[in-house]
Design a protein around this ligand. Structure first.
Ligand code: AMP
Length: 425
């Protein structure tokens, strides 16, 4: 029997690589004082319907439980985290900085970098909508990828108000913009041209299409009139200048006023990060400013965040030859060469473990040759063994696998000796 389509089993080597990447990212999150939260893997279906509209039902795993509750495996974590926030964390001192890392489920068509079960790591910043706070969120996103070891990626930053004001100024009221925003999000400019052509004169359609070539805030601003667009451009300018001050590689950041982010609840600043080497599934991260308060019948609260595709980041790293290395080797492989030595090696193993070393203890006596060959097979850093000679002398033999050098240590000092030998090298 196989794992269901779009899901994967992860072996020990792969898990070690995943955990190594996770550890690097967690240490970055810590330096920004983002603190972890966890929510259930399934939620009321209603949560995702309210957030994304009825069409989402086709894209997710929705089911009815034995008590006829309509539930869904979560396709993302922003709505669950904000549910949690509005229910239990509203009184926490703000700004509140939260992060999560967990599996998400989507009924997507599986392909390289796209799965039905995949992991997202993400951040939510609640209670601060200043450009400086948004700049820090962007800096954090960039730093997560710096820490991952990925070299080729690009962060594109835009502001929905510029795009929405432009559409409004050519004659598409805000209430009617959603279908167009979805086409813009998917960069389907052909169908967009057709849709715009149905309702606008040619020169206005052309104006919208020309906007997609804007590559800086000023160019973009020139297309949209009104206070909202002006405020948006000013906000974006301040974000970019604070981001430059916070540091990092500015060649990886580009203004892209055409980012639409498809979903209604995004309100202002929006951004995406891609790895150009990945082809179709190149988006590694997406985020922005959003307002989900109406889903929970609550007054609005400033919120912004992002989610990164953890699996896809690993695929990008592997393709670029920078897969995370993890020193996942066993420190000591321990065995008796005779039945009489079983007790002494069991005690030695405990000594080693008490010193925090990683130990594999052989349960039965092994001939030396087989023992050493298995030690190199499992890539042990050291081989610790006790045979008849060692029993007589009250010692254990310690062989360092990298150098081949062999040492003796009195039985009651094996733990310290192995620990110091491994540290010394
Ligand atoms: P989204 O919530 O759609 O903005 O997705 C955030 C990130 O999750 C994307 O940029 C992708 O890197 C990743 N992602 C989304 N869907 C999948 C999927 N089916 N398999 C793997 N990663 C995904």
């Amino acid at each position: 029997m196989q794992a269901p389509r779009g899901t994967r089993d992860f072996g020990p080597d792969e898990m070690a690589r995943r955990r190594a990447l996770e550890a690097r990212m967690r240490s970055v999150l810590r330096t920004y004082n983002y603190r972890e939260v966890q929510t259930p893997t399934f939620e009321d279906l209603e949560l995702f319907l309210a957030k994304s509209g009825p069409a989402i039902r086709d894209e997710i795993y929705a089911f009815r439980d034995k008590s006829d509750r309509d539930l869904a495996l979560r396709p993302e974590l922003t709505a669950p985290v904000m549910r949690f926030y509005f229910r239990d964390l509203k009184m926490a001192p703000k700004p509140l900085r939260l992060f999560y890392h967990g599996p998400c489920y989507r009924y997507d068509r599986p392909q390289a970098g796209r799965y039905r079960e995949f992991w997202q790591m993400g951040c939510e910043l609640v209670g601060d909508d200043r450009p400086e706070a948004h700049a820090e969120l962007l800096r954090l996103a960039l730093e997560l990828f710096e820490a991952s070891g990925l070299r080729r990626y690009e962060l594109r930053v835009g502001h929905l108000e510029i795009l929405r004001s432009l559409l409004e100024s050519v004659g598409v009221p805000r209430a009617e913009q959603s279908p167009l925003m979805r086409l813009i999000d998917k960069k389907e400019l052909g169908p967009l041209e057709v849709e715009l052509g149905k309702r606008l004169p040619r020169e206005k359609t052309d104006r919208v299409l020309r906007f997609f070539e804007a590559s800086n805030v000023q160019d973009a601003r020139a297309f949209a009139s009104g206070k909202r667009a002006a405020d948006a451009a000013a906000h974006l300018d301040r974000v970019l200048s604070a981001l430059a001050t916070l540091g990092g590689d500015s060649s990886k950041v580009r203004v892209d006023p055409t980012i639409a982010r498809g979903l209604e609840y995004y309100t202002g600043l929006v951004f995406e990060l891609d790895a150009p080497d990945l082809g179709a599934e190149k988006q590694l991260l997406g985020g922005g400013e959003y307002d989900l308060s109406s889903v929970f019948g609550q007054p609005p609260v400033a919120a912004a965040g992002f989610a990164l595709g953890f699996d896809r980041t690993l695929v990008a790293l592997e393709r670029a030859g920078h897969a995370p290395q993890s020193d996942d080797r066993v420190d000591a492989y321990v065995a008796a060469l005779e039945a009489a030595a079983l007790g002494p090696v069991q005690r030695a193993a405990t000594q080693l473990r008490d010193r925090g070393l990683r130990v594999e203890l052989e349960s039965r006596p092994l001939p030396l040759k087989r023992f050493l060959s298995r030690a190199s097979q499992i890539r042990a850093r050291s081989a610790v063994f006790v045979g008849a000679k060692e029993v007589q002398r009250g010692v254990a033999s310690i062989k360092l696998l990298e150098t081949g050098v062999q040492h003796d240590a009195p039985m009651d000092a094996v733990g310290d000796r192995v620990a110091s030998l491994l540290q010394a090298k």
